[in-house]
Design a protein around this ligand. Sequence first.
Ligand SMILES: *Cc1c(COP(=O)(O)O)cnc(C)c1O
Length: 320
Amino acid sequence: MAAAEVGDDVLERDPTMERLECKVAEMLGKDAALWTPTGCMSNLISLMMHLKRGDRFLAPASAHVLGSELGTAAWLAGGMPEPLAWDGGPGRPTPEQVVKAAGGQGPYYSLRTTLLCLENTHNFAGGSCLGAASYKALVEAARGKGLKVHLDGARVWHAAVATGDSLASLCWGADTVSVCLSKGLGAPMGSLLAGSRAVVEEARRIRKMLGGGVRQGGVVAAAGLVALDYIPHLAQDHAKASALADGLISLGFKATKPETNILIVPVPKASEAVAKLESIGIRCLTVGSALRFIAHRDLATTDITDAIERIKPIADSIVS
Ligand SMILES: *Cc1c(COP(=O)(O)O)cnc(C)c1O
């Protein structure tokens, strides 16, 4: 970061930022990409481009754009949210649901559905993956109904590693894709929005409008380039989450094996459990009435065994 070559990315282009944007666009199979400070901003810019005020958009229930972005999809992008139940498994709607929810043209006074937002992996469904085939079927269903498609791919890297499908196949046909460098990949900040050249050009204007244009961005872009190098190692994080699940199951927890690096564990009193775990040096968050653990690059495999040892004496008090 200290040695990064920088320019002024507001006036022209910062060379390191441009390198990161080109690299990510190529990885995702898109024409261009735009760095944003956060994933929320890159989702918001996408929705602002796709939605007119009052347009309805579809998203899997508990999607980040629905519940975790302060309602900006409605507040700033003007969208009317319609959550889709997980008929296709955790975090996964089916193409039939998309077709049904999209509806038809209808009379002039009917609500218009214009956008499908997908999330891969689905955070609150426990890092569940959409494989390339199911993803493609959803995109085709949306396209068939004339909908645009936005993919919140904050953790699409994890989905690619877990399913063995290429990043390009998991982003295929989406008008916009948002990816995060600052989650499992470990960069201090940064997300990217990828799409066609025209989409990215417009996105650059909206990013500036939202205050997300940065000048000597190469400093953070350099960290983003380093973060991308971690992708081949993500399988280790999936294995850590899986080992944590095994350990917790052996202690009587009702964990199910995670698909990626997110482990959801239902417990009777989630907030109390978080406090108990914090007191022994283990941090997690709640998702509804469950605990959400995340495995990441800064955890060693021995940290997992250590965590299980620490939880052992208090397991019964959390489980029952
Ligand atoms: C974290 C996250 C975001 C938003 O990223 P920020 O950088 O925190 O704004 C968007 N979508 C999903 C699925 C996420 O997990």
